[in-house]
Design a protein around this ligand. Sequence first.
Ligand code: SF4
Length: 400
Amino acid sequence: MSQSVHASFVPLRRTFGLSVLELLRLRSPRQIVIWGAGTLGRCLLRQFKRASPETPVCFVDQSEKLRGCVRDGGVVFGLDDLSQLFSKEPSSYVIVAAGSHYPLVRSELERLGRAEGKDFCNFQKISRPEAIIEIAARSAVEKGATNQYLPVKTFSQIVNNFAREMRDIFAIDLTGWGRPIIHPDIAEIVRISEAVAPTKLSVSINEPIELIRSGFLTGLTQFTVTVEDELTDDNIVLLECLADASRGVPTELRVLFTEFQDNIKSLPLITEQCATLGLRLVRDLGYPSSYDRFLDALESGRDFGNQFNRLPWPVSNALIAARSERERECLCQRIFPVVHSDASVSVCHLYSERRLSARADMDSIEQLFEKRSTADLCRSCQNFGLHRLDIDVLRRRNKI
Ligand code: SF4
């Protein structure tokens, strides 16, 4: 059954949340304390350092291993040091980069006499524009097509434009829909990217082990290995190599298990292996690899059949709940621009097919944002509420 086009549209914004400069102006802190020295905290610290090099920024973190270390120029203090930090600099402002632990951290800060908003806030209040630059297409090796790699020179032009025009760029992801690991100049790409912003990269655990070269891994802020199925012996060897390569370096190495209906039985072994190797395991719910098929099916009114049966959440209920939220703003708008290995630019990282621009290095960031603000795809996506299709977010307000 085809559904009619809804008239309202919530225009996408270039930034939302406070920029770090606005926060510094509003609160005039003598010092910024970032609670959490993981990837999130490190991205925040670099935003502050870039925007206001003269403002002292440090971390607090519960990990005893990190206490006394320096991350991106910020000293890591222990939680026991907080009272002393506050008595030395009473106007310190705390940004909490602790993900879902925020309620616990808030209680602790309130116990220390700090007030939410006035003395501290969650990281979500800060504007965090993030770019995706897919440096190598998934099929590059199989096809032997060298133009499926983004050349270093083009990459350098693109990220340097971003650095100039997006002063508060929070992070760069080199993965997109591709296989960054096969790029022949990956070490150079990582070096250029990290000079601009904290850089992340994901690979499948099924990549050949010889492609996982420690030289680039150690230069990254975050390296993720994705797992969807049972671990093979080769997978375990690869994890062992990665655990060795990441010892003593600041790169956050994560193993990401993506949950579907048919793979949950693999989780206990993966959990055990990660614990043995001292690797951080994170879990995520599976989503469709792209939303194009969702949107096509909804626009045409076709029955989904069984094409989304593997998803670990009830698709029909989730789509109804998402559509009921279609007047709300897009949950993905901070992730932009999305650049492909042929340098073209997508409207959105959730959709693989629609393009806004043929060349990222030909348009200014302003022009790209302008083009996105009138993209038919966004209008259609919002009409069906797909811009709200985040199960964790939907479950806070709906029975799914
Ligand atoms: S396509 Fe949808 S999810 Fe993507 S940016 Fe546009 S409105 Fe947001």
